[in-house]
Design a protein around this ligand. Structure first.
Ligand code: PHE
Length: 456
């Protein structure tokens, strides 16, 4: 067997699109996007986020895929394989660490979705529920330290079990049918939401930019959100690109992932903001936003209990396909570079992640110190979300641009993207974006953050 056959490969392009879309689509779209938009004043944030998806997200996605495809390695090994320098593998190392850091808070939120699934199954969302009641349910759940930790552990366990199974056996099979179903449910909920009494107000909040609300912090969050949502800046797409069949069109696949991912985030916004204004919840309610708001609309739908169950089941699965990719990056490093066996790596690293997840699990009321870690609205979980999800990903993306644009070289990257005979459309534009526009934009934003000290 060749080395490639040993590492596994996606069985088809659709397999890749679904698995990469599975990584991209997750709580980032449905939980994080509305929460970030709500905290950052709505429309102006959303506009900048969209701009960043096109100008930074898509070019960086292609850069990561080109690296992974050429090197056929995990992020650390990939940099090692492409250039002899000592420095670059550390960028891969930063990615592996970031994956671990994100997984440690992401699995907490993912655990909440499990709990909501159980509540939905027991019919809790079939009857009318006000925002206050919904908020009380949420507070009760996440404030219970035992429950929060147990749910996080359960979610990590599910992730470990899939990652242990390897690339196409575990990951691909899990995503194939379920992502399209999630999309369908979201469309149904969106149709419901835009006919609610607060719809106009919600849509205006989401789409009408109020530039007076624009600060360096808002721009930073929009950048972080664009990267986080597309799973960029930490090597997930390097790893996934490394499993991509040589006979298929990788840039088309990448572009499809970007489109699906962004559509789902916008759909989530179209559901949440009308519902939020209808129910009278503040947009900046923080990490609990989606969990408090959504239960108020299920009962206004015919067959509301059914939709609630379907929605939380699919959300949990969407989260799982993302946690799989997070753990996969870490595991593939230990398997490829350190010679661990896959099963041992999945168990040990997943277990270690649980340890780091505990303080985040206790940060929503379970423990007072962690709940107001750095002050009002800056609980331990939110701080992790900002450090790993905004700063670490931005730094990673910046370094990846410099690597592809200036060190490894765009000619080689384009050749890697065009393997299989598929010409990269607008290759000249991509070169300008990856060499100049993206790294400069990210560097300027990071510099401004340091200068204005709007870190959090
Ligand atoms: N993109 C995922 C989401 O939106 C989260 C993620 C970030 C996954 C980074 C992998 C890497 O939920």
């Amino acid at each position: 067997m060749s080395a490639t056959a040993n590492r596994g490969e996606w069985s088809s392009r659709t397999g890749f699109i679904l698995a990469a879309a599975g990584s991209a689509i997750g709580l980032g779209n449905i939980w994080r996007f509305p929460y970030a938009a709500g905290e950052n004043g709505g429309g102006a944030f959303v506009l900048i986020y969209l701009l960043f998806v096109v100008l930074i997200g898509v070019p960086v996605l292609l850069a990561e895929l080109s690296i992974g495809r050429e090197a056929e390695k995990n992020p650390v090994g990939a940099f090692k394989a492409l250039v002899p320098d000592k420095f670059w593998p550390y960028v891969g190392g930063l990615g592996v660490m970031t994956g671990f850091g994100i997984l440690a808070f992401y699995s907490v939120i993912a655990g909440w979705t499990l709990s909501y699934l159980f509540s939905a199954l027991s019919g809790d969302f079939g009857t009318a529920i006000t925002a206050a009641e919904s908020g009380a349910i949420f507070t009760e759940l996440i404030g219970n330290p035992f429950k929060a930790i147990l749910l996080t552990a359960s979610f990590l366990l599910l992730t470990i079990l899939v990652v242990r199974g390897g690339v196409s056996g575990g990951i691909e099979r899990a995503t194939k049918i379920l992502m399209p179903l999630l999309f369908l449910i979201l469309v149904i909920l969106a149709v419901r939401a835009v006919t609610l009494p607060g719809a106009m107000q919600g849509l205006e909040y989401l789409f009408k930019p109020d530039f007076s609300k624009l600060t360096t912090g808002v721009v930073m969050s929009a950048l972080g959100q664009a990267l986080f949502s597309m799973s960029l800046g930490m090597g997930a797409m390097i790893t996934y690109g490394s499993y991509f069949p040589k006979s298929e069109n990788i840039h088309f696949a990448g572009a499809s992932v970007a489109v699906f991912d962004t559509l789902i985030a916008i759909l989530a916004g179209v559901i949440i903001f009308p519902a939020l204004f209808t129910a009278g919840v503040e947009p900046d309610a923080g990490p609990g936003l989606v969990f408090v708001v959504l239960p108020t609309i299920f009962n206004t739908l015919p067959a509301g209990s059914f939709f609630a169950v379907a929605f939380y089941a699919l959300l949990a699965i969407a989260a799982l396909t993302s946690t799989i990719s997070l753990l996969e990056v870490v595991v593939s490093y230990f398997v490829d570079e350190r010679g661990w066996n896959r099963s041992k790596a999945a168990w040990l690293l997943g277990g270690a992640c649980l340890v780091l997840a505990v303080p985040s699990a206790l940060a929503q009321g379970g423990n007072d110190y962690l709940t107001s870690f750095l002050g009002e609205g800056l609980d331990f979980l939110s701080v992790q979300n900002i450090i790993w999800g905004n700063y670490s990903l931005s730094l990673g993306a910046l370094l990846i641009c410099v690597f592809v644009g200036w060190r490894w070289g765009t000619t080689k990257a384009i050749a890697s993207l065009e393997v299989g005979g598929f010409k990269l459309p607008a290759a000249g534009l991509w070169v300008i974006l990856i060499r100049y526009v993206c790294p400069l934009a990210v560097a300027v934003i990071l510099a401004f953050i340091i200068y204005t000290q709007q870190y959090l």
